[in-house]
Design a protein around this ligand. Structure first.
Ligand SMILES: C[S@@+](CC[C@H](N)C(=O)[O-])C[C@H]1O[C@@H](n2cnc3c(N)ncnc32)[C@H](O)[C@@H]1O
Length: 299
């Protein structure tokens, strides 16, 4: 693993970072068994930089929906940073801030902006930061991956300074079960049960608002829910959702190969994986999954 180097903000280039680079830690729920990786089996893959660029396009080039532009944050924390793409954009958009990006897995070789650092942190353990230390704490597509995401969110909430912003974004897998055809629905429901058995909550996206509210530390959380159209046959998805739709269309198709390899005992066979892909591509018109954005200001 090459240590990241630093550069002036704006002069870095994103390197393609696939999710499979990051799947090696024992507590990661999406980890592939070593045996299968060595054997050249199919890997769980998610093009994280493309995911970021698709969200960026949807958000009109911003890092989120909270009213943070025009403010002068000095410390920003990104939990479960993946490829680091969100944190790199935050470092560019807020050049006076110091950005700390953390993840279970070290960053793959990448050039970082000068005002950005990376640290290996397991968010399921005690977070090694002082309370009220950051102007912005952000986590995207992290909470549904970890055991007891509610607990992680509550601890993250304590890290924000009074007046600062907590920004979290995650899926509600229940919406995909409800808004898809019979095979996709059954396979995703099975996977959701597997996550649940491991202590993770695939439906945490729609619960984040109430979790933040119930901490009593924040003003009324604001929310935005976007139904991402992952089926190519969706006739007219809003233009700013087309890139997100395309990247998650590819992702949900790739994921099922991994599941068929790992979870045949739980009922996801190779045959059902093929039917699932066919259903997404050809048989069903409106497969969508809800992504929830929640942001709140610390009192
Ligand atoms: C789906 S990716 C999302 C990455 C990034 N936030 C994004 O939106 O592109 C989930 C990330 O969470 C990280 N992760 C999973 N469990 C973690 C844990 N216990 N502590 C820290 N990071 C974790 C994974 O390594 C991965 O980078």
């Amino acid at each position: 693993m090459v240590q990241p180097t630093t550069e002036e903000p704006g002069s870095y280039t994103l390197k393609v970072c696939w999710m499979s680079h990051r799947m090696h830690h024992p507590t990661d729920l999406f980890r592939l068994p070593k045996k299968q990786r060595k054997g050249g089996g199919k890997h769980l893959s998610l093009p994280l930089d493309e995911v970021h660029l698709a969200f960026k396009e949807y958000l009109g080039d911003k890092v989120g929906l909270a009213p943070i532009y025009g403010t002068r944050p000095t410390r920003i924390l990104e939990l479960g940073c993946g490829s680091g793409a969100w944190a790199i954009q935050a470092a560019t958009d807020f050049p006076d801030a110091q950005i700390l990006a953390v993840d279970l897995a070290p960053l793959v070789a990448i050039t970082l902006p000068k005002n950005m650092d990376f640290q290996v942190v397991d968010v399921t353990q005690t977070l090694p930061f002082e309370e009220k230390a950051f102007d912005i704490v952000h986590a995207r597509l992290l909470l549904m991956h970890v055991p007891n995401g509610k607990d992680v969110l509550e601890r993250a909430a304590k890290l924000v300074k009074p007046g600062g912003w907590l920004m979290v974004e995650d899926f509600d897998i229940r919406s995909l079960i409800e808004n898809s055809g019979p095979v996709v629905s059954r396979v995703i429901d099975t996977w959701n049960g597997i996550l649940r058995a491991r202590g993770a909550d695939g439906e945490i996206g729609r619960k984040m608002k109430i979790i933040i509210h119930d901490t009593g530390m924040y003003s009324q959380p604001e929310t935005c829910m976007i139904p991402i159209p992952i089926c190519k046959k969706d006739k007219a998805p809003p233009k700013n959702l087309m890139r997100l739709g395309a990247v998650f269309n590819m992702t949900v198709k790739k994921l099922v190969d991994d599941w068929a390899e790992r979870f045949s005992a739980e009922g996801i066979s190779q045959e059902s994986a093929e039917e699932y892909k066919k259903e997404i591509e050809t048989d069903f018109e409106d497969v969508t999954v809800n992504m929830h954005f929640v942001w709140a200001q610390r009192l």
